[in-house]
Design a protein around this ligand. Structure first.
Ligand code: ADP
Ligand code: MG
Length: 359
């Protein structure tokens, strides 16, 4: 494996406020890295610092082995697709893609035959072969996204940074563009860093997922590891698929939340002290309030509120102690949806081995 991008201990302050806090991350050639984090965690700042639109206050960035210190953005060989696409509204799709080739400072392409060949190749790649003559306001949001991508790809960058590239698209288009991005990446063998606030997008797209929290990386791992073994309670929270209980070990060595208590995943977890107990939405079964738990099973009582059907799965919302909303997800490919009665109490049960505890 060859490192293409090496970000080391990068710190960025805005008016004394830390946006990036000594952050380090490496990307390998041809890797697709998802960068997941809540709003304000520093995702765009990191991309802008890498691209050269912002100066870092400390740390080093190497691209293909060379320091980018003092190298202006347009000479870094980095492609950047910003949130709003930033296309030129008054020129055609073709001219938008051609713009950089014709007008760049270094080695502009003067031969229009050459420009046409390269632009058309990229329009073809992003599925816009027939739309070169259209104006930017004559194409859809998804097509604008493709133009932005083509315009970036045509410059033949070493690495492409995407800042929430699918955020402006509706859910249908988002799913299609995820597939398109993967195909383009496979065809070109280019390195991507894809910023998103959407956990499903991050898990679906990345060879690895980096989770950003307050300007620091909380976890960098393959999607399966991030999903199943989040490195901290905060990472679990960002994943949006865990019920989380704050509590502590009781005298009986069980995890106590209010006046409920349940077994730890393993007995030695009781020494963790005050902590967060996490159970994934899809690891819970719902039973009548009167049903006895199976041996070893953990559970809480909760009142059914409502459900949300999404086709392949259904999410049930319950209210537990202290008005806490608890979610249970049933995947319908291997079970039937169930009817629960709103306002009635049920037992939510899980196997402690499926839970995670963090101090
Ligand atoms: P994200 O993209 O993850 O939502 P940003 O990188 O945009 O987060 O912002 C990280 C932090 O830096 C936030 O607290 C934000 O308010 C602050 N910030 C970002 N850009 C600027 C700026 N140009 N001036 C001052 N503060 C900024
Ligand atoms: Mg942002």
């Amino acid at each position: 494996m060859t490192t293409i991008l090496d970000v080391k201990n990068v710190t960025k302050l805005y008016d004394g406020e830390v946006a990036l806090d000594g952050l380090s991350v490496e990307l390998q050639v041809n890797e697709y890295l998802s960068l997941l984090g809540p709003s304000g965690s520093g995702k765009s700042t990191l991309l802008r610092v890498i691209a050269g639109f912002e100066m870092s206050d400390a740390g080093d960035i190497h691209l293909a082995g060379e320091s980018v210190a003092g190298v202006p953005a347009h000479k870094r060989g980095i492609g950047f697709v910003s949130q709003g696409f930033a296309l030129f509204p008054h020129i055609s799709v073709f001219d938008n893609v051609a713009f950089g080739l014709r007008h760049r400072e270094d080695d502009p392409v003067r031969d229009e035959g050459d420009v046409a060949r390269r632009v058309n190749e990229m329009l073809d790649l992003v599925g816009l072969a027939d739309l070169g003559d259209r104006g930017i306001n004559q194409i859809s949001g998804g097509q604008k996204q493709r133009v932005a991508l083509a315009r970036t790809l045509v410059a033949d960058p070493k690495i492409i940074l995407l800042d929430e590239p699918l955020g402006a698209l509706d859910a249908n288009l988002r799913a299609r563009m995820r597939i398109e991005l993967r195909r383009i990446r496979q065809q070109l063998g280019i390195t991507f860093m894809h910023v998103t606030g959407n956990e499903q997008e991050a898990l679906a797209m990345g060879d690895r997922v980096a989770v950003l929290d307050n300007g620091r990386l909380a976890q960098v791992a393959d999607p399966d590891t991030v999903y199943n073994q989040p490195a901290s309670a905060r990472v679990a929270r960002f994943l949006n698929c865990y019920n989380m209980f704050e509590g502590r070990a009781g005298d009986d060595k069980q995890f106590c939340v209010g006046d409920a208590s349940f077994p730890y995943p393993s007995p030695q977890d009781a020494s963790i002290g005050p902590g967060t107990y996490c159970v994934r939405f899809d690891k819970i079964r719902v039973a009548p309030a009167t049903a006895a738990p199976r041996p070893g099973e953990a559970g809480v009582r909760a009142t059914f509120i409502t459900s949300e059907y999404s086709g392949p799965s259904i999410t049930y919302f319950f209210e537990g102690q202290g008005n806490k909303v608890l979610e249970v997800e049933y995947h319908l490919s291997h079970r039937q949806p169930e009817e629960f009665s709103p306002g009635s109490e049920y037992s939510l049960l899980w196997s402690p081995g499926d839970a995670l505890v963090y101090s």
